[in-house]
Design a protein around this ligand. Structure first.
Ligand code: ATP
Ligand code: MG
Length: 511
């Protein structure tokens, strides 16, 4: 059985360790530990000094029993005073009588404040991963018969507990710092990725889209983006957010079509514990998550009538209620919605509420289908060649003329998304530096376009390749047949024959 005083010490240590283990903030935990030593252990004062790795000096992190102003100013170099020595050597120092110890610097004013009463001082190292990163110093009233051995081992244990807490705090702090940096970097990447300059296409309709984005982005106006599937609605929604004052706040997307009816409300508005059987903890809805930022309602035409009612209410009141919640929560979100449906027809048919339609259709941006902006096709195609050549580590640099012709005459029912997939696939199957007609999917290989059958025979493939080479040479030679023949290591006569055979119009290459 330990002596009563031993039990006391053990319970003090337990309290110290619980305090350190439960506090979120290191400074207040250290302060509480010093208070425990003061209250239960008769300490007159206590300080925790930690090494500031940048300056190499020791600074007081927490103090009791001394003026905090003096403590905050106190700095020790390594080896300086008792604190500096303890940190340098990693060994505890006991000063039975402060008045007789010249090394006792009294920077925190311990002594004066105790009215010249004789004090003893114990200073123990705070160790983190085998390095001494600080010291715990405690002054006690002087008593001749103190058992210094026991006292200092008690404080040594307290010091090592503080060391553990400092270590955890440093880890958490480093992790927090890393996440912060990562977050900043990711936001930056997103911003660059969705910069309006990354929207490709300079056809008239696209220029109008850019103008509209520039016009509406700075405000908090609700925007409705319309257009067929794959025309770039989501990209434009991002561009609006990242070019708005809300760029530093979240962009939260809700795919209204992908969420089952039973989930959409809890996704949008969140819920309180007990709102329904599975709702154990509270969950924030997307509206709340987007607070300060932008909420993107994709496929908004898919929302069911009951949810339309709730959505309308949120848009009017600018506040939401979690399912099972009692009080409304104010939300500040900018709404961007997108749809590929004919909302006007849906309103007429009675499946989309007219009042909601007007709420959403404040400023609308229409993305024309790709077949109505053909001049953008080669630009987009080149952009995707660069993108996927880099992504797949391939040395594909260009698209041969016959392939471009095919891309230009196809009607692109899947719009830019289909073009993007088509080019990615072509880059993957391409074995040289250029994408040729036979690298494109069969849907594009209509006889009318390439003069080849949907599935290429050897002869057709060779012809198509030969035609590509001739077209490329003529392009480089700006339509000069003699020069083109030289580039191909052939003769002008043979070239002339092939040009006729393939029905190539040489004039289109003249500068
Ligand atoms: N102007 C453009 N410049 C570059 N890439 C584009 C452009 N338009 C669309 N894209 C690309 O095409 C793909 C489809 O675009 P997005 O997802 O924005 O289409 P969407 O209109 O939302 O289609 P859906 O209605 O099917 O959801 C994306 O990978 C996008 O990056
Ligand atoms: Mg989309």
């Amino acid at each position: 059985m330990p002596a009563p005083s031993e039990v006391r010490k053990l319970s003090d240590l337990l309290e110290v360790s619980q305090t350190l283990g439960s506090a979120l903030d290191l400074k207040s935990a250290l302060l509480r530990v010093l208070e425990i030593l003061e209250e239960h252990h008769g300490a007159r004062s206590g300080t925790v000094a930690l090494l500031d790795e940048a300056s190499g000096e020791l600074a007081v992190e927490a103090a009791v029993g001394v003026s905090w102003q003096a403590a905050r100013r106190a700095r020790y170099k390594l080896g300086e005073g008792i604190t500096g020595r303890v940190v340098q050597s990693g060994k505890a120092v006991v000063v039975p009588q402060v008045s007789r110890e010249p090394l006792f610097l009294n920077r925190t004013g311990v002594w004066r404040e105790s009215g010249k009463e004789e004090l003893s001082y114990v200073c123990v190292p705070i160790r983190v991963d085998n390095r001494t990163l600080g010291a715990l110093g405690v002054s006690l009233p002087y008593r001749k018969d103190r058992a210094w051995e026991q006292e200092s081992s008690f404080f040594a244990v307290a010091g090592s507990m503080v060391g553990q807490a400092v270590r955890v705090h440093k880890l958490v702090e480093a992790e927090r710092q890393r996440l912060l940096e990562e977050n900043t970097q990711l936001r930056q990447e997103l911003r660059e990725r969705y910069d309006i300059r990354n929207l490709i296409g300079n056809s008239r309709p696209m220029q109008q889209v850019y103008e509209q984005v520039a016009q509406v982005a700075p405000s908090a106006t609700t925007v409705l983006i319309r257009g067929e599937s794959g025309t770039g609605k989501e990209l434009v929604a991002h561009a609006i957010h990242y070019n708005s004052p809300r760029a530093g706040k979240p962009f939260v997307k809700v795919s209204c079509g992908a969420l089952p009816e039973s989930l959409i409300e809890s996704e949008l508005f969140g819920y309180e514990p007990g709102a329904f059987t599975d709702a154990r903890a509270q969950k924030k809805g997307r509206f709340e998550l987007a607070h300060g930022g932008t909420l993107f309602l994709d496929e908004v035409g898919e929302i069911s009538p009951p949810t339309q009612v709730k959505l309308l209410r949120v848009l009017q009141e600018r506040e939401i209620e979690r399912l099972g919640g009692v009080r409304p929560i104010k939300v500040n979100v900018r709404l961007v919605a997108a749809t590929n449906q004919d909302l006007e027809a849906a309103v007429k048919a009675g499946v989309f509420r007219e009042d909601l339609y007007y709420r959403l259709n404040v400023f609308s941006i229409y993305l024309p289908p790709l077949r109505e902006r053909r001049p953008d096709v080669p630009l987009l195609a080149d952009h995707f060649v660069v993108k996927y050549a880099a992504a797949h580590g391939k040395d594909v640099r260009r698209i041969a003329t016959t392939a471009i012709d095919m891309l230009m005459s196809y009607h692109w029912p899947g719009n830019v998304r289909e073009l993007e997939n088509c080019i990615e696939r072509a880059v993957l199957v391409c074995e040289g530096g250029a994408i040729h007609a036979h690298h494109l999917p069969p849907t594009l290989q209509t006889a009318e376009v390439s003069g080849t059958l949907p599935r290429l025979s050897l002869e057709a493939a060779v012809s198509s390749y030969e035609k590509d080479l001739i077209l490329d040479a003529l392009k480089s030679a700006r339509g000069n047949r003699a020069k083109a023949a030289r580039l191909l290591d052939s003769t002008e006569r043979i070239l002339g024959y092939k040009v006729r055979k393939y029905g190539i119009d040489g004039r289109r290459f003249k500068a």
